[in-house]
Unconditional design. Structure first.
Length: 362
């Protein structure tokens, strides 16, 4: 049985996630869930053996996903062995190997892995009788399905590839703005600039901690990268590193530390502030849309405990990579412009293993 601390709210750490797997709260039937897929505060979910090309994205409402799928199915694709190619701007629905049997006190949340967001592959989880993407109600029992839409590159995927992650959460774990400011001041700084903790009065807080863009760049004026048009196939089944140059081109700042984004092009940029997530917290990056609705940022969400944090001494955080896209018109962005925000959640307990190179994080 999964033993949770009574009356406590928070995100389950790795040790409890392993217990959740052992007690079949997270289960994959005949397919054993590898320990390496369990991160400090999340579980990597694996693609099943079949992908379904569908006419459109959907939510099942009060129906099972399989029933809704019957009305929208275009093609069935085998992901065994060599896998298959998913074309750009076409939605695919892939049953995941893992399913859930949540107790009433636990709900779950899913997000793309950072490696998925950075190649502009849009993913989100749906469940039977589900009315929201990526949010799984308390007590849910049933399968998980992943909607996958490659946006910039055609990609090759296969069974067992992991494109997204799942967190289990007890109760209401999210810190209020006041609690974020208090934690930053009294326990551990959450944001740094030039190696120094940001003054609490300068934190931009409104339902989360806002991050701005770094458009100063390097000595050559490079501030980030943009997805190339008509790029080759991106093979995600390869284990060796992939040369990024056929897929991304550098972006240079313009006068006044600014960049004009081309419509519908995908950009990788960096945050102006460095982030630190201590062991007591987990974090999630959420998109921020200006009221004009012309900008979409950050497809990848979870920051595990230990991101930008050094347990053996002081560290001034790590910069966040941001995925940015303008919608229908060219859009000017400037250095320091607020484009996304971090929400912070309490951990039920600090994990024994933190995010970092020791567990292959990058």
């Amino acid at each position: 049985m999964l033993n949770l601390p009574p009356g406590r709210h928070g995100v389950l750490p790795r040790e409890m996630l392993l217990d959740a797997i052992a007690s079949e709260v997270i289960d994959a039937g005949q397919f054993k869930i590898p320990d390496r897929n369990v991160q400090p505060a999340s579980v990597d979910l694996r693609l099943g053996e079949t992908a379904y090309r569908v006419r459109c994205s959907f939510l099942p409402g009060n129906r099972p996903v399989s029933e809704k799928l019957e009305d929208l199915l275009i093609d069935e694709i085998d992901l065994h062995k060599e896998g298959a190619v998913l074309e750009t701007n076409r939605p695919y629905l892939i049953p995941l190997k893992e399913n859930l049997r949540l107790p009433p006190q636990l709900h779950a949340k899913a997000n793309p892995k950072s490696s998925t967001g950075r190649i502009d592959v849009f993913t989100r989880v749906i469940t039977d009788q589900g009315g929201r993407f990526d949010e799984i109600r308390a007590g849910y029992e049933g399968p998980l399905y992943l909607e996958v839409v490659p946006l910039s590159f055609a990609v090759r995927v296969r069974e067992d590839l992991t494109l997204n992650q799942l967190r289990l959460i007890a109760g209401n774990s999210t810190l209020s703005d006041e609690e974020v400011r208090e934690f930053h001041c009294e326990q551990h700084p959450l944001m740094f600039e030039n190696g120094v903790a940001v003054d609490a009065e300068r934190l931009e807080l409104s339902g989360g901690l806002f991050l701005g863009l770094d458009l100063r760049g390097d000595a050559n004026g490079r501030v980030g990268y943009r997805a190339r048009e008509n790029a080759p196939l991106l093979d995600l089944t390869r284990e060796e590193p992939i040369d990024p140059s056929p897929f991304f081109e550098p972006v240079l700042r313009e006068g006044g530390e600014q960049v004009i984004l081309s419509p519908q092009r995908f950009y990788l940029l960096m945050s102006a502030g460095a982030v630190s997530v201590p062991p007591e917290l987990a974090s999630e990056m959420t998109a921020y849309d200006p009221t004009s609705g012309e900008l979409r940022t950050h497809y990848a969400g979870f920051f595990d405990p230990g991101f930008g944090f050094d347990p053996d001494g002081p560290r001034d955080g790590s910069f966040a990579a941001l995925e940015v896209r303008a919608h229908d018109v060219p859009f000017l962005i400037e250095h320091g412009q607020l484009v996304c925000k971090l929400t912070f959640d309490r951990m039920l307990e600090p994990p024994k293993t933190l995010y970092g190179e020791a567990i292959g994080s990058s």
